[in-house]
Design a protein around this ligand. Structure first.
Ligand code: ADP
Ligand code: MG
Length: 694
């Protein structure tokens, strides 16, 4: 039974988007809304009332009975609470109502969302406010209103608010630079983001049998399957029917929600896949990515599959990341990271490039700390993901340009000694050759930067806030210098040359997986934080606090609250993993191995009575028994350690990384040995082979 989809017809049908608003609102209302988002002012109540009424009618036609303020609390996932449209008429019947004030403002009981100490206990309330730049949509019988979430005192409690603030900031500073290059038209510079989402799909029935997957999203035990990904037969391989049915279904749902699902393919590891949308404005990309992750999970369930978004569901094979493609674009659609055709355009490109290089170098730790997350620790630096050291890959052509500027030589014409910025033309920089170094955490890919350190389950807000803020800061400093220059051209030449010279250490085109790189990076003075416990504390360095407060992205208390929440999340995640390890070891692994070895012992007695040799049984029973002894000792140690987790979150994070995780690893080694020694019929849960090669 083939199901034909008319894509243009269904695309965005579940979104109260601009076209629908234009169609359904009175022209004055529509124009008033447009005006409000253009200048960023609040909607007058009459306008909100009109929009709410139109939205309600539209949503009811789409089958909605409820509405919800949808927001992105600091947990990194989304939150929603549904209210029906019903209002009693007094005669036992109801009508459907939805007012402008219900549209623009909500008051969820926020006491259970992490606030990192921002909200005093006596003021548990939080408020949600419609972000009128984001369109409402209908899903699962509810009208979803994308909102920002903040406290009684006005402090941001979500991921969206600081992201929006950072977008204003980068736009303002980028426009200043454009003015210097004679662009008088651009009013707004937008951030384009295309997040490539990796994920695993495994059979639901197998997932259900593993406590670790159910409770932690990853396997805490499991001997490697005899086959991994060494044959490279999964990457871009033929997609199996069950998975392609899932993908079809997923695409359709995403398209209905106006999400530009574009590319889908099998990824490197068995059972691993990727979905990439066409890039969109950062705020929208962030909302869309949250929906993509959520719908992937729900859609998988419909196909008897489970979607794992964890960064490292299986040891020994590739984990999942989320490449964050990032660029800047004017409101008339000009990409500011695209090397131009004229010397003037190239000069402008070099200014943006220099600001980016300087910013990444100066704020390496900030960017690194935004991807510090328990799940991501198993991935960064593990030879399939970028290393935990930040560097920028520019590709040969662009590196040669940078080098010629630093050395004062000419790239295109060796006869001339100096490459004069704004006078000479850059060599053409091919889009594709630049993309081949997969080991770099930040790669220039022709007209955008690809930031590859983000974990698959993480919100894209964190690194984008950092990238935007850092870039705004550097562009602002550049604008200060250039606006006050007596001679623009020579100031420009000097600025770009000095910046490249001072910050060239961050450029690295070589193999990021090589052991040598760690040494070299150290010599270059680059930071290397190999795990969350090390990386997170740098988040709240004075330098970063100064940056984010000066730029108005966070108040100091908002910023510190986030730090607290990230530390807590790390502590809680590792503690849950630790307890799950103990549970499985004591209640599943040990009993299975003991059962098998005692059956072996019985067989040995039987055989001995008959005078039959039983060397194999004896050797096996011996190995299993000693491994069980060792495992039992390790479980005892781990449970002991879990009882002494420090209260202080910073100390706890350190303790988790130094004590708990190594104890879990060591326990796992014994468990995996037992798995390999024990008769499969005794083994209590599906193995890597069962799951990955179903
Ligand atoms: P690859 O796997 O080679 O990195 P993909 O096609 O999977 O390439 O993903 C590239 C992503 O980059 C897509 O989401 C695409 O829309 C996005 N992208 C392309 N151009 C830009 C741009 N100028 N700014 C931001 N993202 C972009
Ligand atoms: Mg990519």
């Amino acid at each position: 039974m083939s199901h034909i989809i008319n894509v243009p017809e269904i695309f965005g049908t579940d979104v109260f988007n601009e076209a629908t608003m234009q169609q359904r609102l009175a022209p004055e209302t529509y124009n008033a809304w447009k005006q409000c988002i253009r200048i960023g002012s609040p909607l007058p109540l009459e306008v909100a009332n009109e929009i709410a009424e139109a939205m309600k009618l539209w949503a009811i036609e789409k089958g909605a009975t409820h509405f919800t303020h949808w927001f992105q609390p600091m947990t990194g996932i989304t939150a929603e609470k549904h209210d029906s449209f019903i209002a009693p008429t007094g005669d036992g019947r109801v009508i459907m109502e939805f007012s402008g004030s219900e549209l623009v403002r909500g008051e969820p009981d926020a006491s259970s969302f992490p606030s990192g100490g921002l909200r005093a206990t006596f003021e548990a309330r939080g408020y949600t406010a419609w972000d009128p730049t984001a369109f409402a949509f209908v899903k699962d019988g509810s009208l979803y209103i994308p909102t920002c979430f903040f406290s009684y005192t006005g402090e941001a409690l979500d991921k969206k608010t600081p992201l929006l603030r950072s977008l204003d900031e980068i736009s303002r500073e980028a426009v200043r630079i454009l003015r210097l290059f004679g662009d008088l038209e651009t009013q707004r510079v937008k951030v384009s983001v295309g997040p490539e989402q990796e994920y695993f799909l495994i059979p639901r029935a197998l997932y259900a049998q593993r406590l670790d997957l159910r409770l932690t999203g990853r396997t805490l035990f499991g001997a490697p399957a005899p086959k991994g990904q060494e044959l490279d037969d999964h990457y871009f391989g033929v997609i199996r029917t069950r998975v392609s049915n899932f993908m079809k279904d997923l695409d359709e749902q995403l398209w209905r929600l106006g999400i530009l699902a574009k590319t889908k393919h099998n990824e490197g590891a068995p059972c691993q896949h990727e979905l990439a949308p066409i890039y969109s404005e950062a705020g929208n990309a962030c909302d869309s990515n949250q929906l993509v992750m959520e719908i992937m999970k729900k859609c998988a369930a419909k196909h008897d599959l489970v979607c794992l978004l964890h960064e490292k569901p299986f040891a020994g094979i590739a984990g999942s990341g989320k490449h964050n493609n990032w660029s800047l674009c004017t409101d008339s659609g000009k990409n500011l990271f695209k090397p131009g055709k004229t010397p003037r355009q190239n000069a402008q490109f070099l200014v943006f490039l220099a600001a980016f290089i300087k910013g990444i170098d100066e704020y390496q730790d900030f960017l690194r700390s935004t991807v510090a997350y328990a799940g991501n620790d198993h991935r960064l630096g593990v030879s399939e993901a970028p290393p935990a050291i930040i560097s920028i890959f520019l590709g040969d052509e662009l590196t040669a340009v940078v080098k010629s500027i630093i050395d004062g030589t000419n790239y295109t014409d060796p006869q001339k000694s100096l490459m004069r910025i704004g006078v000479d033309v850059l060599p053409s920089i091919p889009k594709d050759t630049t993309d081949r170094n997969r080991t770099s955490p930040v790669a220039f890919t022709g007209n955008k930067f690809e930031f590859r350190m983000l974990g698959s389950s993480q919100s894209i807000a964190g690194p984008n806030i950092a990238l935007n803020t850092i870039m705004a800061e550097e562009l602002g400093k550049f604008a200060d210098i250039l606006e006050n220059a007596e001679d623009f051209d020579s100031a420009l030449q000097k600025l770009v040359c000095d910046t490249f010279t001072e910050h060239q250490r961050i450029i690295f085109n070589g193999n990021g997986y090589a052991e040598q790189w760690k040494q070299e990076a150290k010599q270059r003075g680059l930071s290397h934080h190999s795990n969350t416990a090390q990386a997170l504390p740098t988040y709240v360095s004075q330098k970063n606090i100064d940056l984010v407060t000066k730029r108005g992205i966070f108040t100091e208390s908002e910023f510190r609250a986030r730090y607290e929440i990230h530390l807590q999340s790390y502590k809680k995640i590792v503690a849950i993993e630790g307890r799950t390890c103990v549970d499985m070891a004591l209640h599943q692994i040990l009993p299975a191995a003991l059962h098998y070895s005692s059956d072996l012992a019985k067989a040995i007695l039987d055989k001995k009575a008959l005078g039959i040799s039983c060397k194999t049984e004896q050797a096996l029973a011996e190995r299993i028994s000693t491994t069980c002894d060792s495992l039992y000792e390790k479980v005892t140690k781990l449970s002991e350690k879990l009882r002494f987790i420090p209260d202080d979150t910073e100390a706890a994070a350190d303790y988790m990384s130094r004590e708990i995780l190594p104890a879990m690893e060591s326990l796992r080694a014994d468990a995996d040995t037992l798995e390999q020694l024990t008769d499969k019929t005794y083994w209590p849960y599906p193995t890597y082979s069962d799951i990955l090669f179903y």
